[in-house]
Design a protein around this ligand. Structure first.
Ligand code: S3P
Length: 441
Protein backbone atom coordinates (compact mmCIF):
# COMPACT_ATOMS: atom_id res chain seq x y z
CA UNK A 1 0.00 0.00 0.00
CA UNK A 2 1.47 3.34 -1.04
CA UNK A 3 1.14 6.42 1.14
CA UNK A 4 2.01 10.05 0.43
CA UNK A 5 4.03 11.80 3.09
CA UNK A 6 3.88 15.53 2.49
CA UNK A 7 5.81 18.12 4.45
CA UNK A 8 4.10 21.39 5.29
CA UNK A 9 4.61 24.66 3.44
CA UNK A 10 6.37 25.43 0.18
CA UNK A 11 5.06 26.80 -3.08
CA UNK A 12 4.55 25.61 -6.67
CA UNK A 13 6.34 27.07 -9.66
CA UNK A 14 7.53 26.29 -13.17
CA UNK A 15 5.86 25.12 -16.34
CA UNK A 16 4.45 21.61 -16.47
CA UNK A 17 2.35 19.43 -18.72
CA UNK A 18 0.27 16.88 -16.85
CA UNK A 19 -0.64 13.55 -18.53
CA UNK A 20 -3.32 13.17 -21.18
CA UNK A 21 -7.05 13.49 -20.66
CA UNK A 22 -8.56 10.30 -19.28
CA UNK A 23 -12.00 10.71 -20.85
CA UNK A 24 -10.54 11.36 -24.28
CA UNK A 25 -8.00 8.54 -23.94
CA UNK A 26 -10.74 5.96 -23.31
CA UNK A 27 -12.80 7.30 -26.19
CA UNK A 28 -9.84 7.35 -28.59
CA UNK A 29 -9.32 3.61 -28.08
CA UNK A 30 -13.02 2.77 -28.32
CA UNK A 31 -13.74 4.80 -31.45
CA UNK A 32 -10.40 3.96 -33.10
CA UNK A 33 -11.20 0.26 -32.60
CA UNK A 34 -14.59 0.67 -34.30
CA UNK A 35 -13.28 2.76 -37.21
CA UNK A 36 -12.15 1.62 -40.62
CA UNK A 37 -8.48 2.44 -41.17
CA UNK A 38 -5.63 3.68 -39.01
CA UNK A 39 -6.10 5.92 -36.00
CA UNK A 40 -2.96 7.54 -34.64
CA UNK A 41 -3.17 8.83 -31.09
CA UNK A 42 -0.65 11.09 -29.39
CA UNK A 43 -0.81 12.29 -25.79
CA UNK A 44 -2.60 9.06 -24.75
CA UNK A 45 -2.87 8.71 -20.96
CA UNK A 46 -0.73 5.76 -19.86
CA UNK A 47 -2.73 5.38 -16.66
CA UNK A 48 -4.09 2.06 -15.46
CA UNK A 49 -7.69 2.93 -16.42
CA UNK A 50 -7.10 3.78 -20.07
CA UNK A 51 -4.58 0.92 -20.41
CA UNK A 52 -7.37 -1.47 -19.29
CA UNK A 53 -9.54 -0.16 -22.13
CA UNK A 54 -6.67 -0.66 -24.59
CA UNK A 55 -6.13 -4.24 -23.34
CA UNK A 56 -9.87 -4.97 -23.57
CA UNK A 57 -10.03 -4.05 -27.27
CA UNK A 58 -6.86 -6.02 -27.97
CA UNK A 59 -8.61 -8.97 -26.30
CA UNK A 60 -11.39 -8.52 -28.88
CA UNK A 61 -8.91 -8.90 -31.72
CA UNK A 62 -8.17 -5.25 -32.50
CA UNK A 63 -4.64 -4.60 -33.72
CA UNK A 64 -3.30 -1.87 -31.40
CA UNK A 65 0.36 -0.84 -31.31
CA UNK A 66 1.40 1.08 -28.22
CA UNK A 67 4.76 2.74 -27.69
CA UNK A 68 5.58 4.54 -24.49
CA UNK A 69 5.34 8.32 -24.68
CA UNK A 70 1.62 8.30 -25.35
CA UNK A 71 1.75 7.04 -28.96
CA UNK A 72 -0.89 4.53 -30.01
CA UNK A 73 -1.70 3.22 -33.48
CA UNK A 74 -4.98 1.37 -34.02
CA UNK A 75 -5.51 -0.52 -37.26
CA UNK A 76 -9.29 -0.49 -37.16
CA UNK A 77 -11.49 -2.84 -39.19
CA UNK A 78 -14.89 -1.30 -38.59
CA UNK A 79 -17.99 -1.59 -36.44
CA UNK A 80 -18.52 -5.29 -37.11
CA UNK A 81 -14.91 -6.41 -36.66
CA UNK A 82 -14.76 -7.15 -32.93
CA UNK A 83 -14.23 -10.79 -31.96
CA UNK A 84 -15.43 -12.66 -28.90
CA UNK A 85 -12.91 -12.24 -26.04
CA UNK A 86 -11.62 -15.49 -24.54
CA UNK A 87 -12.01 -14.21 -20.99
CA UNK A 88 -13.86 -11.60 -18.99
CA UNK A 89 -12.75 -8.05 -19.82
CA UNK A 90 -11.23 -6.51 -16.68
CA UNK A 91 -11.64 -2.73 -16.51
CA UNK A 92 -9.85 -1.98 -13.23
CA UNK A 93 -11.14 1.14 -11.47
CA UNK A 94 -12.87 2.65 -14.47
CA UNK A 95 -16.58 3.45 -14.43
CA UNK A 96 -16.14 5.26 -17.74
CA UNK A 97 -14.70 2.20 -19.46
CA UNK A 98 -17.45 -0.05 -18.15
CA UNK A 99 -20.36 2.26 -18.91
CA UNK A 100 -19.12 3.14 -22.39
CA UNK A 101 -18.06 -0.37 -23.34
CA UNK A 102 -21.33 -1.97 -22.31
CA UNK A 103 -22.92 0.23 -24.98
CA UNK A 104 -20.58 -1.21 -27.61
CA UNK A 105 -20.88 -4.79 -26.38
CA UNK A 106 -24.68 -4.65 -26.32
CA UNK A 107 -24.50 -4.43 -30.12
CA UNK A 108 -22.22 -7.45 -30.67
CA UNK A 109 -23.13 -10.92 -31.86
CA UNK A 110 -20.98 -12.53 -29.10
CA UNK A 111 -21.49 -12.68 -25.34
CA UNK A 112 -19.08 -10.89 -23.02
CA UNK A 113 -18.43 -10.21 -19.38
CA UNK A 114 -17.16 -6.94 -17.86
CA UNK A 115 -15.47 -6.95 -14.45
CA UNK A 116 -13.57 -4.44 -12.31
CA UNK A 117 -11.81 -3.86 -9.01
CA UNK A 118 -13.54 -3.62 -5.61
CA UNK A 119 -14.49 0.06 -6.12
CA UNK A 120 -15.91 -0.48 -9.61
CA UNK A 121 -17.75 -3.60 -8.44
CA UNK A 122 -19.74 -1.41 -6.04
CA UNK A 123 -20.80 1.20 -8.57
CA UNK A 124 -24.32 1.52 -9.97
CA UNK A 125 -24.83 0.21 -13.51
CA UNK A 126 -28.65 0.35 -13.68
CA UNK A 127 -28.28 3.77 -15.27
CA UNK A 128 -26.91 2.10 -18.41
CA UNK A 129 -28.48 -1.37 -18.11
CA UNK A 130 -32.04 0.03 -18.08
CA UNK A 131 -31.92 2.10 -21.29
CA UNK A 132 -29.90 -0.63 -23.04
CA UNK A 133 -32.63 -3.11 -22.09
CA UNK A 134 -35.14 -0.77 -23.76
CA UNK A 135 -32.95 -1.04 -26.86
CA UNK A 136 -33.29 -4.83 -26.69
CA UNK A 137 -29.99 -5.71 -24.99
CA UNK A 138 -29.94 -8.52 -22.44
CA UNK A 139 -27.53 -7.78 -19.59
CA UNK A 140 -27.31 -9.73 -16.34
CA UNK A 141 -25.60 -8.17 -13.36
CA UNK A 142 -24.84 -8.88 -9.73
CA UNK A 143 -27.29 -7.75 -7.05
CA UNK A 144 -28.58 -4.18 -7.37
CA UNK A 145 -27.32 -3.88 -10.94
CA UNK A 146 -23.63 -3.82 -9.96
CA UNK A 147 -20.72 -5.38 -11.89
CA UNK A 148 -19.80 -7.92 -13.12
CA UNK A 149 -21.99 -7.42 -16.18
CA UNK A 150 -22.84 -10.33 -18.46
CA UNK A 151 -23.88 -9.19 -21.90
CA UNK A 152 -25.74 -11.61 -24.15
CA UNK A 153 -24.72 -11.80 -27.80
CA UNK A 154 -27.31 -10.69 -30.33
CA UNK A 155 -28.72 -12.99 -32.98
CA UNK A 156 -26.86 -12.50 -36.27
CA UNK A 157 -28.04 -9.44 -38.23
CA UNK A 158 -30.32 -8.30 -35.41
CA UNK A 159 -29.85 -4.60 -34.63
CA UNK A 160 -30.56 -2.85 -31.38
CA UNK A 161 -33.78 -0.82 -31.26
CA UNK A 162 -33.28 2.94 -31.51
CA UNK A 163 -34.85 4.82 -28.58
CA UNK A 164 -35.37 8.34 -27.29
CA UNK A 165 -34.21 8.55 -23.70
CA UNK A 166 -33.93 11.11 -20.90
CA UNK A 167 -31.30 9.93 -18.38
CA UNK A 168 -32.35 10.25 -14.72
CA UNK A 169 -29.00 11.88 -13.84
CA UNK A 170 -26.79 14.24 -15.81
CA UNK A 171 -24.03 11.91 -17.01
CA UNK A 172 -21.68 11.89 -19.98
CA UNK A 173 -21.19 8.20 -19.36
CA UNK A 174 -24.89 7.41 -19.89
CA UNK A 175 -25.07 9.67 -22.95
CA UNK A 176 -21.90 8.15 -24.41
CA UNK A 177 -23.04 4.59 -23.72
CA UNK A 178 -26.25 5.22 -25.65
CA UNK A 179 -24.47 6.99 -28.51
CA UNK A 180 -22.18 3.97 -28.87
CA UNK A 181 -25.10 1.54 -28.70
CA UNK A 182 -26.81 3.83 -31.20
CA UNK A 183 -24.11 2.96 -33.75
CA UNK A 184 -25.59 -0.55 -33.73
CA UNK A 185 -29.26 0.52 -33.72
CA UNK A 186 -31.87 0.42 -36.47
CA UNK A 187 -32.61 4.14 -36.66
CA UNK A 188 -32.03 7.36 -34.71
CA UNK A 189 -31.15 7.15 -31.04
CA UNK A 190 -31.84 10.38 -29.17
CA UNK A 191 -30.65 11.39 -25.71
CA UNK A 192 -32.34 14.33 -24.03
CA UNK A 193 -30.24 15.66 -21.15
CA UNK A 194 -31.41 17.76 -18.22
CA UNK A 195 -27.99 19.39 -17.66
CA UNK A 196 -24.72 19.86 -19.51
CA UNK A 197 -22.34 16.90 -19.49
CA UNK A 198 -18.97 16.53 -21.20
CA UNK A 199 -19.26 16.23 -24.98
CA UNK A 200 -16.00 14.50 -25.94
CA UNK A 201 -17.83 11.54 -27.50
CA UNK A 202 -19.81 13.78 -29.83
CA UNK A 203 -16.75 15.82 -30.81
CA UNK A 204 -14.63 12.74 -31.39
CA UNK A 205 -17.32 10.97 -33.42
CA UNK A 206 -17.33 14.01 -35.70
CA UNK A 207 -13.55 13.73 -35.97
CA UNK A 208 -14.10 10.17 -37.23
CA UNK A 209 -16.49 11.58 -39.84
CA UNK A 210 -19.62 10.30 -38.09
CA UNK A 211 -22.59 12.64 -37.94
CA UNK A 212 -24.06 13.51 -34.53
CA UNK A 213 -26.92 15.99 -34.38
CA UNK A 214 -27.06 18.46 -31.48
CA UNK A 215 -30.03 20.64 -30.74
CA UNK A 216 -29.68 22.27 -27.34
CA UNK A 217 -29.71 19.44 -24.83
CA UNK A 218 -30.79 16.86 -27.41
CA UNK A 219 -28.22 14.61 -29.07
CA UNK A 220 -29.10 12.25 -31.92
CA UNK A 221 -27.14 9.59 -33.77
CA UNK A 222 -28.21 7.24 -36.56
CA UNK A 223 -26.98 3.65 -36.61
CA UNK A 224 -25.24 1.78 -39.35
CA UNK A 225 -22.71 4.37 -40.58
CA UNK A 226 -18.94 4.14 -40.82
CA UNK A 227 -16.23 5.71 -38.67
CA UNK A 228 -13.10 6.58 -40.62
CA UNK A 229 -9.69 6.36 -38.92
CA UNK A 230 -8.18 9.69 -37.92
CA UNK A 231 -5.45 11.40 -35.85
CA UNK A 232 -6.14 12.35 -32.26
CA UNK A 233 -3.97 14.66 -30.14
CA UNK A 234 -5.09 14.17 -26.55
CA UNK A 235 -4.50 17.35 -24.52
CA UNK A 236 -3.43 17.43 -20.86
CA UNK A 237 -6.25 16.49 -18.50
CA UNK A 238 -7.91 19.53 -16.92
CA UNK A 239 -8.96 17.28 -14.04
CA UNK A 240 -5.30 16.48 -13.31
CA UNK A 241 -4.29 20.13 -13.60
CA UNK A 242 -6.94 20.97 -10.97
CA UNK A 243 -4.66 19.76 -8.15
CA UNK A 244 -1.86 22.04 -9.35
CA UNK A 245 -4.24 24.97 -9.83
CA UNK A 246 -5.52 24.64 -6.27
CA UNK A 247 -2.02 24.02 -4.88
CA UNK A 248 -0.66 27.15 -6.58
CA UNK A 249 -3.61 29.30 -5.48
CA UNK A 250 -3.34 28.33 -1.81
CA UNK A 251 0.47 28.38 -1.45
CA UNK A 252 1.90 31.89 -1.04
CA UNK A 253 4.54 32.78 -3.61
CA UNK A 254 3.33 30.22 -6.19
CA UNK A 255 3.33 30.95 -9.91
CA UNK A 256 2.84 27.94 -12.18
CA UNK A 257 1.96 27.44 -15.84
CA UNK A 258 0.09 24.31 -16.93
CA UNK A 259 0.55 23.73 -20.62
CA UNK A 260 -1.58 22.24 -23.42
CA UNK A 261 -4.64 21.75 -21.19
CA UNK A 262 -8.03 20.76 -22.61
CA UNK A 263 -10.45 23.57 -21.68
CA UNK A 264 -13.61 22.23 -23.30
CA UNK A 265 -16.41 24.27 -21.63
CA UNK A 266 -18.16 21.05 -20.62
CA UNK A 267 -15.10 20.23 -18.49
CA UNK A 268 -13.61 23.53 -17.40
CA UNK A 269 -16.00 24.48 -14.59
CA UNK A 270 -13.05 24.32 -12.19
CA UNK A 271 -11.59 27.45 -13.78
CA UNK A 272 -14.87 29.35 -13.29
CA UNK A 273 -15.30 28.16 -9.71
CA UNK A 274 -11.74 29.00 -8.62
CA UNK A 275 -11.94 32.38 -10.37
CA UNK A 276 -15.19 33.13 -8.51
CA UNK A 277 -13.32 32.31 -5.29
CA UNK A 278 -10.80 35.04 -6.13
CA UNK A 279 -8.19 32.90 -7.90
CA UNK A 280 -5.73 34.58 -10.27
CA UNK A 281 -5.98 32.30 -13.31
CA UNK A 282 -5.16 33.43 -16.83
CA UNK A 283 -5.41 31.54 -20.10
CA UNK A 284 -2.89 32.03 -22.89
CA UNK A 285 -2.24 30.56 -26.30
CA UNK A 286 -5.86 29.47 -26.75
CA UNK A 287 -6.19 27.22 -29.77
CA UNK A 288 -8.20 24.32 -31.13
CA UNK A 289 -6.53 20.92 -31.38
CA UNK A 290 -8.43 18.11 -33.09
CA UNK A 291 -11.83 19.63 -32.37
CA UNK A 292 -11.08 20.37 -28.70
CA UNK A 293 -10.17 23.79 -27.24
CA UNK A 294 -6.74 23.87 -25.58
CA UNK A 295 -4.82 26.56 -23.65
CA UNK A 296 -1.90 27.19 -21.32
CA UNK A 297 -3.08 28.13 -17.85
CA UNK A 298 -1.10 30.41 -15.53
CA UNK A 299 -2.03 30.30 -11.85
CA UNK A 300 -0.67 32.59 -9.15
CA UNK A 301 -1.13 32.46 -5.39
CA UNK A 302 -4.31 34.28 -4.33
CA UNK A 303 -6.41 35.11 -1.29
CA UNK A 304 -9.43 32.87 -1.83
CA UNK A 305 -12.88 33.49 -0.39
CA UNK A 306 -15.77 31.10 0.05
CA UNK A 307 -18.70 30.97 -2.40
CA UNK A 308 -21.97 29.15 -2.99
CA UNK A 309 -20.92 27.01 -5.94
CA UNK A 310 -23.54 27.65 -8.65
CA UNK A 311 -25.37 24.40 -9.30
CA UNK A 312 -25.08 24.72 -13.09
CA UNK A 313 -21.30 24.41 -12.69
CA UNK A 314 -21.52 21.13 -10.76
CA UNK A 315 -21.72 18.71 -13.73
CA UNK A 316 -18.95 20.56 -15.61
CA UNK A 317 -16.63 20.33 -12.60
CA UNK A 318 -17.89 16.99 -11.24
CA UNK A 319 -14.45 15.36 -10.84
CA UNK A 320 -12.88 18.45 -9.27
CA UNK A 321 -14.78 18.60 -5.96
CA UNK A 322 -12.02 16.98 -3.87
CA UNK A 323 -9.74 19.82 -5.07
CA UNK A 324 -12.51 22.44 -4.61
CA UNK A 325 -13.07 21.28 -1.00
CA UNK A 326 -9.33 21.76 -0.39
CA UNK A 327 -9.48 25.30 -1.81
CA UNK A 328 -12.52 25.97 0.39
CA UNK A 329 -10.66 24.65 3.47
CA UNK A 330 -8.21 27.58 3.39
CA UNK A 331 -10.50 30.22 1.86
CA UNK A 332 -11.90 33.03 3.99
CA UNK A 333 -15.52 32.33 4.89
CA UNK A 334 -17.99 29.64 3.90
CA UNK A 335 -18.22 27.55 0.73
CA UNK A 336 -21.40 25.63 0.01
CA UNK A 337 -21.73 22.81 -2.50
CA UNK A 338 -25.18 21.42 -3.30
CA UNK A 339 -26.89 19.43 -6.05
CA UNK A 340 -23.82 17.19 -6.16
CA UNK A 341 -25.21 13.86 -4.87
CA UNK A 342 -23.39 12.10 -7.75
CA UNK A 343 -20.19 12.60 -5.72
CA UNK A 344 -21.43 9.81 -3.46
CA UNK A 345 -21.21 7.21 -6.25
CA UNK A 346 -17.81 8.06 -7.76
CA UNK A 347 -14.70 5.91 -7.18
CA UNK A 348 -15.54 6.42 -3.50
CA UNK A 349 -18.23 8.37 -1.66
CA UNK A 350 -16.29 11.56 -2.25
CA UNK A 351 -18.40 13.64 0.11
CA UNK A 352 -17.78 11.28 3.04
CA UNK A 353 -14.11 10.68 2.20
CA UNK A 354 -13.41 14.44 2.00
CA UNK A 355 -15.46 15.18 5.14
CA UNK A 356 -13.44 12.58 7.08
CA UNK A 357 -10.09 13.69 5.63
CA UNK A 358 -10.61 17.42 6.17
CA UNK A 359 -12.06 16.88 9.66
CA UNK A 360 -8.94 14.84 10.54
CA UNK A 361 -6.73 17.87 9.83
CA UNK A 362 -8.91 20.31 11.75
CA UNK A 363 -11.04 21.79 8.98
CA UNK A 364 -14.67 22.59 9.72
CA UNK A 365 -16.77 20.71 7.12
CA UNK A 366 -20.27 19.34 7.31
CA UNK A 367 -21.46 16.76 4.79
CA UNK A 368 -24.94 16.93 3.35
CA UNK A 369 -26.76 14.36 1.23
CA UNK A 370 -26.00 16.35 -1.92
CA UNK A 371 -22.84 18.29 -1.02
CA UNK A 372 -21.04 19.92 1.89
CA UNK A 373 -20.50 23.18 3.75
CA UNK A 374 -16.89 24.14 4.44
CA UNK A 375 -15.71 26.96 6.71
CA UNK A 376 -12.16 27.93 5.82
CA UNK A 377 -9.51 28.20 8.53
CA UNK A 378 -6.18 26.89 9.75
CA UNK A 379 -5.11 23.36 8.76
CA UNK A 380 -3.30 21.26 11.36
CA UNK A 381 -1.87 18.31 9.47
CA UNK A 382 -2.17 14.65 10.40
CA UNK A 383 -3.02 11.31 8.80
CA UNK A 384 -5.90 10.96 6.37
CA UNK A 385 -7.26 8.03 4.36
CA UNK A 386 -7.97 8.43 0.64
CA UNK A 387 -9.92 5.14 0.63
CA UNK A 388 -8.18 4.14 -2.57
CA UNK A 389 -9.66 7.08 -4.47
CA UNK A 390 -7.12 8.88 -6.66
CA UNK A 391 -8.65 12.35 -6.57
CA UNK A 392 -9.03 12.78 -2.78
CA UNK A 393 -5.45 11.44 -2.46
CA UNK A 394 -3.99 14.13 -4.75
CA UNK A 395 -6.19 16.89 -3.35
CA UNK A 396 -5.21 16.15 0.26
CA UNK A 397 -1.52 16.02 -0.70
CA UNK A 398 -1.82 19.59 -2.03
CA UNK A 399 -3.42 20.77 1.22
CA UNK A 400 -0.07 20.22 2.96
CA UNK A 401 1.13 23.42 1.27
CA UNK A 402 -0.96 25.24 3.90
CA UNK A 403 -0.77 22.81 6.81
CA UNK A 404 1.04 23.41 10.10
CA UNK A 405 2.48 19.89 10.31
CA UNK A 406 2.96 17.09 7.73
CA UNK A 407 -0.01 15.40 6.07
CA UNK A 408 0.19 11.66 5.47
CA UNK A 409 -2.31 10.37 2.90
CA UNK A 410 -2.82 6.62 2.98
CA UNK A 411 -4.01 4.15 0.29
CA UNK A 412 -2.70 6.09 -2.71
CA UNK A 413 -1.95 3.25 -5.17
CA UNK A 414 -4.88 4.23 -7.38
CA UNK A 415 -3.38 7.62 -8.19
CA UNK A 416 -1.79 5.80 -11.10
CA UNK A 417 -5.24 5.10 -12.58
CA UNK A 418 -5.45 8.71 -13.75
CA UNK A 419 -2.13 10.40 -13.02
CA UNK A 420 0.98 8.23 -13.32
CA UNK A 421 3.99 10.21 -12.07
CA UNK A 422 1.93 12.61 -9.94
CA UNK A 423 4.28 12.58 -6.97
CA UNK A 424 7.41 13.17 -9.10
CA UNK A 425 5.80 16.02 -11.05
CA UNK A 426 4.44 17.62 -7.87
CA UNK A 427 7.83 17.30 -6.15
CA UNK A 428 9.54 18.96 -9.12
CA UNK A 429 7.04 21.82 -8.92
CA UNK A 430 7.82 22.33 -5.20
CA UNK A 431 5.53 20.06 -3.14
CA UNK A 432 7.42 18.29 -0.34
CA UNK A 433 5.98 14.89 -1.23
CA UNK A 434 7.51 11.44 -0.85
CA UNK A 435 5.89 8.13 -1.61
CA UNK A 436 6.33 5.51 1.08
CA UNK A 437 5.23 1.93 1.53
CA UNK A 438 2.90 1.77 4.46
CA UNK A 439 -0.22 0.37 6.00
CA UNK A 440 -3.67 1.86 5.61
CA UNK A 441 -5.10 3.47 8.75
C1 S3P B 1 -16.68 10.75 -17.40
C2 S3P B 1 -17.85 11.26 -16.96
C3 S3P B 1 -18.10 11.63 -15.56
C4 S3P B 1 -16.83 11.69 -14.74
C5 S3P B 1 -15.91 10.56 -15.04
C6 S3P B 1 -15.54 10.53 -16.49
C7 S3P B 1 -16.54 10.42 -18.82
O1 S3P B 1 -18.96 10.69 -14.99
O2 S3P B 1 -17.11 11.73 -13.37
O3 S3P B 1 -14.72 10.67 -14.25
O4 S3P B 1 -15.41 10.24 -19.29
O5 S3P B 1 -17.56 10.35 -19.50
P1 S3P B 1 -20.56 10.81 -15.17
O6 S3P B 1 -20.83 10.88 -16.59
O7 S3P B 1 -21.15 9.59 -14.56
O8 S3P B 1 -20.94 12.05 -14.41
Amino acid sequence: MLNFQVSPGGSLSGSIRVPGDKSMSHRSIILGSLAVGDTEISGFLEGEDSLCTLAAFRAMGVNIEHESGGHVLIRGQGLQSLQAPKEALYLGNSGTAMRLMVGVLAGQAFPSQLTGDASLSGRPMGRVINPLAQMGAVIDSAAEQRPPLNIQGRAAHESLKAITYTPPVVSAQIKSCLLLAGLYADGETTIIETGISRDHTERMLKGFGYEVKKDGMTTTIAGGGTLTGTRIDVPADVSSTAFFMVGALIAPGSDITLTHVGINPTRAGIIDILTMMGGDITLANEREVGGEPVADIRVRASELHGIDVPTHLVPVAIDEFPAIFVAAAVATGRTTVSDAAELRVKESDRIQVMVDALTAVGVSIEGRPDGAVVDGGPVRGGQVNSHGDHRPAMAMAMLALRAETPIVVTDCDNVSTSFPGFAELAANAGLGITVVNGEAN
